[in-house]
Ligand binder design. Structure first.
Ligand code: CP
Length: 295
């Protein structure tokens, strides 16, 4: 695999293989065993031009667990603040010795540009409102480990779909794996065209779902938090009580408690949010392993 810019590069069989590999790595980590250092001597550069906690730190640990060296750029203290262009910055980091770059940027398409400029393996760590491939993969790993199958799982994607790069990757991944998607949002946040079911009425669809996947309102990308949104779409204890008995809650984080999820529901045993985070490192190990030793 030469980088991972979009989940659309992965067909159903490749997705299933990657998910099972990531799940196997998770088992290994849980047993307290080390992974073979297959990226020994390689260098993974984390270039996060937008804030991140989960993605940046889990890529860092994933690279270290595979034996790679890790470079982490801090945009606030790097020479971009003195006027260096993005292209010059990434070419400089390539010349320093990076073999793989993980790139997050506010603008769609920057990871693709970095791949073209450097010729290196680039993993998209989230670009604008476009895609967040490893988030969708770790979510699929989480569902696989919980349900032990994908076929026909009824997943409701709830919230700010319009501004969400997580949705940009999650929709193709979950549908390629055979899940049944319903997009649930206020009218303005639903896609204009989609082959999937849409609804503006969370209360009507919530009893039918196996998975309630909540999205953060992306205020940094134009999403607006309103009382009407909170009243009609927040997953609170009343809506939780109407979910099917075995249904679970996912959220990519960071959660806006009191907006898309209430405090008590965030702490509920039905939430797999911590599992999602735990699956982040093994999933990123599987991705780095796939791209790192051929780049
Ligand atoms: N889910 C996610 O991308 O979180 P971070 O912004 O903390 O990386």
């Amino acid at each position: 695999m030469k980088g991972l810019l979009s989940v659309r590069e992965l067909g159903p069989d490749e997705l299933r293989t990657m998910i099972k590999e990531a799940s196997g790595i998770r088992d290994l980590i849980d047993r307290g065993e080390d992974h073979e250092p297959v990226l020994q001597g390689r260098c993974v550069a984390n270039l996060f031009f937008e804030p991140s906690t989960r993605t940046r730190l889990s890529f860092e640990l994933a690279a270290k667990r595979l034996g790679a060296h890790v470079l982490t750029l801090n945009p606030a203290t790097s020479s971009g603040s003195k006027g260096e262009s993005l292209r010059d910055t990434v070419l400089t980091i390539a010349a320093i010795g990076a073999d793989v770059m993980v790139v997050r940027h506010v603008d769609q398409g920057v990871p693709q540009s970095v791949a073209e400029w450097t010729g290196l393996a680039v993993v998209n760590g989230g670009d604008g409102t476009h895609e967040h491939p490893t988030q969708a993969l770790l979510d699929a790993v989480t569902l696989w480990r919980h349900f032990e199958h994908f076929d026909g799982l009824r997943v409701g994607l709830v919230g700010d779909i319009a501004h969400s790069r997580v949705a940009g990757s999650l929709v193709p991944v979950l549908s390629r794996l055979g899940m049944d998607l319903t997009m649930v949002a206020p009218e303005g946040w639903l896609p204009a065209e989609t082959p999937h079911r849409t609804s503006t009425d969370l209360d009507a669809v919530i009893p039918e779902l196996d998975v309630v996947y909540l999205l953060r309102v992306q205020t940094e990308r134009g999403g607006r938090i309103t009382d009407s949104y909170i009243g009609n779409f927040q997953l609170d204890e009343h809506r939780l009580a109407r979910m099917s008995q075995d249904a679970v809650i996912l959220h990519p984080g960071p959660m806006n408690r009191g907006v898309e999820i209430s405090d008590d529901v965030a702490e509920s045993s039905r939430s797999l949010v911590t599992e999602q985070v735990r699956n982040g490192v093994p999933t990123r190990m599987a991705v780095l392993r796939a791209v790192g030793w051929r780049s």
